[in-house]
Design a binder for this molecule. Structure first.
Ligand SMILES: Nc1ncnc2c1ncn2[C@@H]1O[C@H](COP(=O)(O)OP(=O)(O)OP(=O)(O)O)[C@@H](O)[C@H]1O
Length: 483
């Protein structure tokens, strides 16, 4: 068979470099012009500062600190199009798959830099001198690492050690220009079964790297200001974004040691309800029967709840309302018996028991879906095509599970609530009219996703179903101490 066009040429050079240079420079130059013109003063000063060190390649470690919606991703887009349009290489990475696809050419940190999972104190990246990846890093002009606060400091330290090795010097990150960014109010590193001090210790600003970081700050909420459908006046928007910030900083219901019971303002509360599930669904998905097949309508809304149990109830309820034939896909589950340390009693767990297990991160045994159901992927399948953990999709056709490859998903004791390793073969997605948020800890993340304050509805009730107007907000304030 003849080789495809361009194949021979590609084989003689470093494929990783080839891919990083394979951008259409004209399109990027036009994109840069457009972004550059709408930079705010804050954005422009950060852009100019970073472009200066990139141009001189004088090395530098920066942390761009800005809360949700201040335009961090916008600054990345401007920087990466500026550098790529002139043939320079920018590596854009993020700690999670879903954040990485928002970055132009973004990848997850672990896949891009071959960082071990989980990384330990002495870990380095799996990058060998002279390898394609090492060559790529040699000529990289800028590394942008988004969502750094949710990454364990050991992963970041692993890259520091590897870059010093590759670049043959002792400067931080081998003298490369690297910009971290993120919001310490959002999700902190996940430490399985870790307590508060384990989590604080794992954050980037507890690392020796933090001493080398120059902090750059963004302060204006562009998400709220750039929403044309929100007719609230500027004062109202300012008030709303300050309220969100106070939640993120744990400043409401002070004094508190990180666990504060906060009162939700009247305008966001749903107070009168008989059936909380029906009420929150009506508030979130108005006129569902007319809108259920409208992708735009579904894309803009979701119910967030604190437990999987409530999420399942809401998803089942909405699914029962939308018309159309439903199909049920069941998983095949087993316990991994290869681990010698497992108690023999785990070998006799029945299929019925395994099927009854539910936890976040793994789909339920029974998946019931209809055409037009929104679903959320739970695995990184194809990042280049945007199919990664937390991508939302819409079902367009119901096929037979017999003719489809069904991946196997493992939950090991370190990340599951059970003492044995569960293997479940199931389609890696869940219905997503409603999704879970961690109980309390990411109240700020949930609230700061809204593009308009009119879009925020909060329903709280106690164990007896009585409406409440307070909830617990958890903030580990010590992470802000050296910002
Ligand atoms: N200078 C700007 N001009 C016009 N629109 C902007 C500007 N900066 C940001 N925006 C818009 O504001 C919204 C929020 O920006 P962006 O997503 O970059 O914020 P972010 O800080 O990355 O948010 P998060 O931390 O929540 O991901 C986007 O719709 C973006 O296009």
């Amino acid at each position: 068979m003849p080789y495809p066009l361009g194949y021979a040429a590609k084989m003689h050079q470093n494929n990783l470099i080839y891919n990083e240079l394979a951008y259409n420079r004209e399109i990027l130059a036009a994109k840069f012009d457009k972004c550059y013109q709408s930079l705010t003063d804050e954005h422009a000063s950060i852009f100019n500062k970073i472009m200066h060190v990139v141009a001189t390649q004088s090395g530098g470690v920066y942390f761009l600190y800005g809360y949700g919606g201040t335009g961090k991703t916008f600054v990345w887009k401007t920087l990466s199009s500026a550098i790529r349009s002139t043939g320079g290489i920018v590596l854009t990475i993020a700690s999670s798959g879903i954040a990485s696809i928002l970055l132009p050419g973004g990848r997850t940190t672990h896949s891009k830099f071959a960082i071990l999972v989980p990384a330990t104190k002495n870990s380095t990246c799996n990058i060998h001198q002279g390898s394609d990846l090492a060559e790529l890093l040699h000529i990289t002009k800028l590394i942008i690492w988004d969502e750094a606060p949710m990454c364990h400091r050991y992963s970041i330290e692993a890259l520091d050690k590897s870059l010093q090795d590759i670049m043959h010097n002792n400067n931080p990150f081998g003298g490369k220009v690297i910009v971290f960014c993120g919001d310490f109010r959002q999700i902190l590193p996940v430490v399985p079964r870790g307590n508060r001090s384990d989590i604080v210790y794992a954050t980037l600003n507890s690392s020796y790297i933090w001493n080398h970081c120059q902090i750059l700050k963004l302060t204006k909420n562009m998400r709220l200001q750039s929403n044309p459908t929100d007719h609230s006046n500027l004062d109202e928007l300012k008030q709303f974004s300050e309220w969100l910030l106070d939640i993120g900083d744990g400043k409401l219901a002070e004094p508190n040691d990180g666990y504060g019971e906060i009162t939700i303002p009247y305008e966001f509360l749903i107070k009168d309800f008989q059936d909380p599930i029906q009420t929150i669904v009506e508030a979130t998905y108005p006129n569902l029967l007319h809108n259920y097949s409208n992708g735009d309508f579904l894309q803009k809304r979701v119910v967030l709840a604190s437990t999987k149990d409530v999420v399942d109830k809401i998803n089942d309820y909405v699914l029962s309302l939308i018309p159309g034939e439903e199909k049920e896909y069941c998983s095949a589950g087993s316990v991994d018996k290869s681990d010698e340390l497992l108690s023999p009693s785990f070998g006799v767990l029945t299929a019925e028991f395994l099927n009854s297990l539910k936890t976040s991160g793994i789909p339920n045994h029974k998946l019931i879906i209809k055409v037009d159901t929104p679903i959320i992927l739970l695995r990184n399948l194809d990042q280049a095509d945007g199919l990664c953990n937390r991508t939302r999709l819409i079902v367009t056709r119901l096929g037979s599970s017999h003719r489809t490859y069904i991946p196997r998903m493992n939950l090991s004791p370190s990340d599951s609530p059970w003492p044995f390793k569960l293997i479940r073969r199931q389609f890696p997605f869940m219905v997503s009219f409603a999704m879970t948020i961690n109980k309390w800890t990411i109240l700020y993340v949930a609230l700061s996703r809204v593009q308009s304050k009119k879009g925020l509805h909060i329903l709280i009730h106690d164990n007896q179903g009585t409406p409440k107007n307070t909830t617990i907000n958890v903030v580990y304030k010590e992470v802000f101490s050296n910002l």
